[in-house]
Design a protein around this ligand. Sequence first.
Ligand code: DGL
Length: 279
Amino acid sequence: MIGVFDSGFGGLTILKSIRERLPEYDYLYLGDNARTPYGTRSFEVVYQYTLECVRYLFSRGCHLIILACNTASAKALRNIQQNDLPHLYPDRRVLGIIRPTVEAIEHYTTTRHIGLLATPGTVNSMSYPIEISKHCQHITLTQQACPMWVPLVENNEHHNAGANYFVEQYINQLLSTDPLIDTILLACTHYPLLAGKINEAINEYMNKHSITDHNINLLSQGSIVAASLEDYLRRHPEIERYCEKNGGVEFLTTESAERFSESAAIFMGEQIEAQHVEL
Ligand code: DGL
């Protein structure tokens, strides 16, 4: 199985796109809902938690794991790839989602001014500005941390009117910092679940400030990561041959299986029976 990991429900937005593009493979999703959110935790803690989850997915037979979490990709991926995998599992791979996103992002902007919404952990890691400066020329990136959004999603409060306040607050802060932004990247896999409210807040801001000279695209990572995984599997037959192809998917959570199944079924639009696991 291809392992897909997130601190909670957010990675489901990535898994959904991956399964649409690559339905033939088997997937094992692990949400560390018991310890979410990761986005406000220290580098050491995110690394420790992510490594535990990666080791668990390896113990269940995964040869390839996607960290469908920007915070874990920013704070744990490099350590795991460089220090842990070579001696623990030299023939297995862990991939993140920041690099593929950065490689694709240039194609979406005309003004070359991009806004980025992410957890405080991802923003403070500076992973996106560093990767963008390596791969893209002349991009102006404005980062905005949104510490309240993951708790809203994890608590299933993201559809409620109370969420509007926090959505508007961060959108207004971002857009008032750089009026030339034409692309907003949702650099946290939980955020596509708030996309409706985010779009409303963007439209409201643009109307209020009479901005008519450009549109703002909201960009989620799902399809970008799915395309990049397809490309990876094509280029790495030595890993691809371990990935079974029965079109199956299993869901694991470190929190209550019932609660996960209920919420995940809404996000994925299908019946889900998750299992609780102890790491
Ligand atoms: N979904 C994770 C991400 O993409 C963050 C969630 C969290 O803060 O736990 O960054």
